[in-house]
Design a protein around this ligand. Structure first.
Ligand code: ADP
Ligand code: GN1
Ligand code: MG
Length: 370
């Protein structure tokens, strides 16, 4: 995506009917995909209000109309259920703010697509859990999210990124990038490339253990990392699941696994000292407990038996995606420094190595909460 100027951002802001006067706007959050801004508005003399404005990454989400239709439908569904349960639909799910034409997003003359959300108040996102109890709470929230969408008609959702968690296709694409090696970077990632090849069996592990049709396709989030959940500042409960761009039919093991990949690591995804990167087994147990309490009754035996493998598969796939993007010239994930994607890949592979050591223990923990 091309860089944005302040004038372009201001012009986009003026196409939305936000209340009050704009006081400031600034880049916000640590997402790798969209451009997120926090807007501060002044209402009258003493009131203030915050709004989230995002430029949708249309290199990745190529059909913003379908993307926003998914998000509007899913958030309306959640708002209904939350209200029926006596909850606060303003805080417990995203709320889209339409533009002045009452559209769910605004396309500017350059083709940039903008959307706005009500700001979730009194809550934060974290790149690492503060403690095991908070991580447990995030599992409860993701398990509940799974539950609330369990009867959502999957065929009403567009596939916003085709084959998003098709690990085998991701592998094939990795091989293609490696063969092309457009930037001549392959010789700087020899060990990482070998690691991906050695773990190739993970690309079809679900299918090896089960017939493809035995694993149910469910409406899942598909990007369940900890910084996609707002944690309430006071209660420390997971109050709202955000980043709904990839809500589509998928496997529940991947949602479970991606949360573990990100939140049960002893280090940040960006950590370069690999001696610090391990699977925190007590965090794994806390997450498993919270998730299973919320939705174990909905899962088949097969799904439950594959949850721990889901963590290995998501870690492998994510590392492979970072490495592929490094080979491709950093076109997908936002980077902050050269080699960032290679470093991220190394981090994921260090984590996977530790998971490989601990997989029996992980499976025993899942059994305990079955
Ligand atoms: P990306 O797809 O780039 O990860 P996200 O939708 O996850 O974008 O947003 C990036 C960050 O912005 C989140 O991690 C969160 O900190 C913040 N954020 C997004 N939506 C909201 C919201 N409605 N209220 C408060 N913070 C938000
Ligand atoms: C991206 O959008 P964000 O930052 O929450 C990516 C995920 C990766 C993750 C790795 C749409 O998530 O698939 O697992 O980075 N999202 C998309 O941190 O590709
Ligand atoms: Mg995000």
């Amino acid at each position: 995506m091309t860089a944005l100027t302040s004038e372009q951002i201001l012009s986009a802001i003026h196409h939305f009917d936000f209340p009050g006067q704009l006081e400031s706007f600034a880049r916000y959050g640590h997402g790798h995909i969209n451009d997120t801004y926090l807007l501060q508005l002044r209402i009258g003399k003493i009131g203030t209000m915050k709004v989230i404005l995002q430029r949708i990454n249309t290199d990745i989400f190529q059909n913003p109309r379908e993307l926003m239709e998914n998000i509007c439908n899913v958030t309306m569904w959640l708002q209904n259920k939350i209200q029926k349960a006596g909850g606060d639909a303003e805080r417990e799910t995203l709320n889209v703010i339409t533009d002045k034409q009452n559209q769910s997003y605004y396309r500017d003359p350059r083709g940039n697509c903008w959307r706005a959300y009500k700001y979730i108040t009194d809550a934060c996102t974290y790149d690492q859990p503060l403690n095991v109890q908070d991580f447990y709470q995030s599992a409860v929230a993701f398990g509940r999210f799974q539950n609330l969408l369990s009867d959502y008609p999957a065929d009403h959702l567009y596939e916003t990124i085709p084959d998003f968690h098709n690990t085998l296709k991701r592998y094939n694409y990795f091989e293609k990038s490696l063969k092309e090696d457009k930037l001549g970077r392959a010789n700087t990632a020899v060990d990482e490339i070998a690691f991906v090849k050695e773990h190739q069996n993970l690309t079809t592990l679900y299918q090896t253990k089960a017939g493809a049709s035995d694993i149910p396709l469910r409406v899942v989030h598909n990007d369940t990392k900890l910084n996609n959940i707002m944690i309430d500042n006071l209660t420390h409960q997971g109050i709202c699941i955000i980043d709904l761009d990839t809500v589509m039919p998928g496997y529940v093991m991947n949602d479970f696994g991606d949360s573990i990949r990100f939140g049960a690591s002893t280090a940040l995804e960006d950590e370069t000292d690999l001696s610090k990167v391990n699977l925190d087994i007590s965090a794994f147990e806390a997450y498993t407990k919270g998730f299973m309490e919320q939705c174990s009754d909905k899962l088949t035996e097969l799904e439950t038996s594959l949850l721990a493998d889901g963590a290995r598969i998501m870690t492998y796939e994510c590392g492979m995606r970072f490495l592929t993007d490094y080979l491709d010239g950093d076109k997908y994930f936002r980077i902050a420094r050269p080699n960032h994607n290679l470093e991220r890949a190394r981090n994921q592979f260090a984590l996977l190595k530790d998971m490989d050591q601990k997989i029996d223990e992980m499976k025993a923990i899942v059994e305990k909460y079955r």
